[in-house]
Structures are given as C-alpha cells and as structure tokens.
Design a protein around this ligand. Structure first.
Ligand code: PRP
Length: 176
C-alpha cells in the first residue's frame, strides 16, 4: 500500500492558524472550556489550543462509535465524562472529523444537559456527503470527499493518529 497525501503538514499548520485567528475573534474577552473528543480530536486540539489568546480550561470527553470497523456502527457511546462543571460557561468541542454526525449529535445533547452558556463545534475535517443527522460544525478546517482518510488524529485500526499529514492508502500495482 502506498500513501497518497491529501493535506500536507504545512497546509494543516496554515489552516489551524487561520481557524485559531477566527476563534480568537469569536471568543475575545471570554473564558472557554475546550473539550477535545478522544481519541481522534486530540492531535488537532493540541495544535489549536496553543494558538488561543483567551483563557482556556481544558477537559476531555471520550466517545466511541467505530471500534475496529472502518464504518460507523451508529451506536455512539460516552465512555468518559468531563470533570469540569460547565454550567453557564462557553464550551468549544474539538474533533478530527464529522462523518454521519451521530457522534456530534449525541455529544451536543449530552453537553446541553449540563446547561453551558454556549456550545460550538470545531472540526478539522468534514465529510458532508456522509451526513445522516441534521447537524453542522461551527468551524471547519477542510471539507473532504468520502474517502477513508488517515493521519492527524484519524486512525486505521488505532494506528497512524500521530502522522502529521492526512492521507489515503492506495493499492499498488499487483496488490490484492
Ligand atoms: C470518529 C471521529 C469522530 C466520529 C465521527 O471517532 O473521531 O468523533 O468518529 O463519525 P460520525 O460523525 O459518523 O459519528 P471514533 O468513534 O471512531 O473514535 P476515536 O476518536 O477513538 O477514533
């Protein structure tokens, strides 16, 4: 298998900088609870938060939908809750990709029950063609086609999340 790069490291860095600029304007003068969705959202979130100029509290929510399968099971589970009391606070959820939207819908409903002042969602990647739920991110790095993409938080059998660029695997000539 060979790797075909969709977004180079420099392209990702540039886009993360642009998103951070936008978020610095949106949240100017506010304190924000930034919540990456583990596991996939953490690589992007760590790059993003380093560029924030407003005060940030961080917490982590662990969700799971795919398991070891390449396609969503449709059942989204909250495996680990946050510890921060977000009542009356501004919350920013950060994830690597929005696909069917099932994870985001479940997480937003779950978080809304905690009565935050606001909830916004920032995703590095969005696959709108795969959407099943009527839900959209507030901030998006790149829109992508329906390809099985890997790297920068996205895994293949839980590997490759640490790769600093985003790519697809392609079969080489003669490969089964
Ligand atoms: C992936 C990804 C998103 C979600 C998107 O997480 O990180 O959270 O799926 O898919 P959806 O829009 O169809 O719900 P996954 O549940 O695979 O867990 P992981 O972050 O541990 O890889």
């Amino acid at each position: 298998m060979k790797r075909v790069v969709l977004f180079k490291e420099e392209e990702i860095e540039r886009r993360v900088g642009e998103l951070a600029d936008e978020l610095n304007k949106v949240y100017s003068g506010k304190e924000v609870v930034v919540i990456p969705l583990l596991r996939g959202g953490v690589v992007f979130a760590m790059d993003l938060v380093k560029k924030f100029k407003f005060p940030v509290e961080m917490d982590f929510l662990t969700t799971s939908s795919y398991g070891f399968s390449d396609t969503t099971s449709g059942n989204v589970n909250i495996l680990n809750d946050i510890r921060t009391d977000v009542k009356g606070k501004d919350v920013l959820l950060v994830d690597d990709i929005i696909d069917t939207g099932k994870t985001l819908l479940k997480v937003k409903e779950f978080m809304l029950s905690k009565s935050p002042a606001s909830i916004k969602v920032c995703t590095m990647l969005d696959k709108p063609s795969r959407r099943v739920e009527d839900i959209q991110p507030d901030f998006t790095g790149f829109k992508v086609e329906d390809l099985f993409i890997v790297g920068y938080g996205l895994d293949y059998q839980n590997f490759y999340r640490n790769i600093p660029y985003i790519f697809v695997f392609e079969k080489e000539e003669g490969e089964e």
